[in-house]
Design a protein around this ligand. Structure first.
Ligand code: NAD
Length: 366
């Protein structure tokens, strides 16, 4: 059966706290009888000319072959002249959408009890295209690239996700009032999709860009037939304000790369911090590479202090991608119960448990 046949998956333990939290995942999976045959790949110590980064070609091939993987955080030294490992992975594997569910954890009190949203970040272009140069001494230029192809792809994914998960609203986050060409194109793509999926509530549309009356007219006509699903456009600064005021205003948020990077960390803050939020990168050809939202946390690396929840919940999204929902539910329940019980919590959640003790408590709950 699917449950007992080992599935090959790539594992990048990553840097800093990565190996410690990857160890937690392996322990919990073993305890839960999840049969994964991990192909482990570490970040190399020399630049591989084929990838122009410390990631080896073989490690990328492993993900391409397995189509499924889990990734710990990877540190990016600033100004060292090689490609960011994360950018390399996203570009080489065409990981075009980063999906980050974010929900209030029962029993862990924050300012908000009602967070239940999903950010979907375009992952391959925007400000992260890596095109920077010096124009003249003292003046540098960084290019923000937005293409119709990548915008369509992530927007398609966002609506597909919303429909598949019974979500009611998609908010496109933008700054098209200032970045009229780039973010304007990003939004324009949404209007095409609105028509295609028939998902526009024209009442919630902010008339912030002039797309021409034809678009709006079509959208309004379609919207009137499908008032139950909403689409809206929210300017990023307003979005930040609304999120901290009342996160329940949002459901699925989709946005270009840089905004996604920032907003998803903001969302992590709403529910208790970076140690809690999982994500999954969706790539062309059915690739799914799950990863924690946080970085390598060099301040606590090697101290057995890291919270493995984010990577564990990312591993759960990986299991869901493999349609191993029973196993995913069991592990997710055990994690949530451990946190709710409050007996074992890591320092970021106000407790004093080590990574190992917290992991053991989860295993005990299985
Ligand atoms: P960070 O996420 O590593 O740390 C920010 C703060 O959150 C730190 O105080 C850290 O201790 C804490 N934290 C993060 N994860 C935690 C966890 N699981 N448990 C408990 N506390 C946790 O961000 P940073 O310090 O800005 O970045 C460090 C390095 O990580 C940089 O090189 C950066 O480029 C890299 N990074 C990688 C990724 C990734 O691989 N996806 C993401 C972000 C940053």
């Amino acid at each position: 059966s699917v449950d007992t046949t080992p599935i090959r998956a790539t594992l990048f333990p990553g840097d800093g706290i990565g190996p410690e939290i990857a160890e937690s995942v392996k322990k919990v999976f073993t305890e839960a009888d999840v049969h994964i045959d991990w192909e482990e790949h570490y970040v190399g110590t020399e630049v591989d000319p084929r990838t122009q980064s410390f990631l080896t070609w073989e490690s990328l091939e492993s993900v391409r072959r397995n189509k499924i993987g889990l990734k710990g955080p990877m540190a990016t030294p600033i100004g060292k002249g090689h490609r960011s490992l994360n950018l390399t992975l996203r570009k080489e594997l065409n990981l075009y959408a980063n999906v980050r569910p974010c929900y209030s954890l029962p029993g862990y009190k924050t300012r908000y009890d009602n967070v239940d949203l999903v950010t979907i970040r375009e992952n391959t272009e925007g400000e992260y295209s890596g095109l920077e140069h010096q124009v003249v001494r003292g003046v540098v230029e960084s290019l923000k690239i937005i293409t119709r192809q990548a915008s369509l792809r992530v927007a398609e994914y966002a609506f597909h996700y919303a429909k598949a998960h019974g979500r009611e609203r998609v908010s496109a986050i933008h700054k098209a009032n200032i970045m009229q060409k780039t973010d304007g194109l990003f939004l324009k793509v949404f209007l095409f999709l609105m028509i295609k999926y028939r998902l526009l509530d024209c009442k919630s549309m902010l008339p912030c860009i002039n797309f021409g009356l034809v678009y709006l007219q079509c959208c309004r006509e379609v919207a009137e037939k499908y008032p139950e699903i909403k689409y809206e456009e929210v300017v990023i600064d307003n979005c930040c304000m609304m999120l901290v005021k009342n996160p329940a205003l949002f459901d699925v948020l989709v946005m270009p790369n840089l905004y996604g990077d920032i907003i998803s960390d903001l969302c992590a803050g709403l529910i208790g911090g970076l140690g809690l939020t999982p994500s999954c990168n969706i790539g062309e050809g059915g690739i799914a590479l799950a990863e924690a939202v946080h970085g390598s946390a060099p301040d606590i690396a090697g101290k057995n202090m890291a919270n493995p929840t984010a990577l564990l919940l990312s591993a759960v999204t990986m299991l869901r991608h493999l349609e191993l929902h029973d196993k995913a539910d069991r592990i997710q329940d055990a994690i949530l119960k451990t946190i709710a019980e409050g007996k074992y919590r890591t320092a970021d959640l106000g407790g004093s448990s080590t990574t190992t003790d917290f992991t053991k408590a989860i295993c005990d709950h299985l």
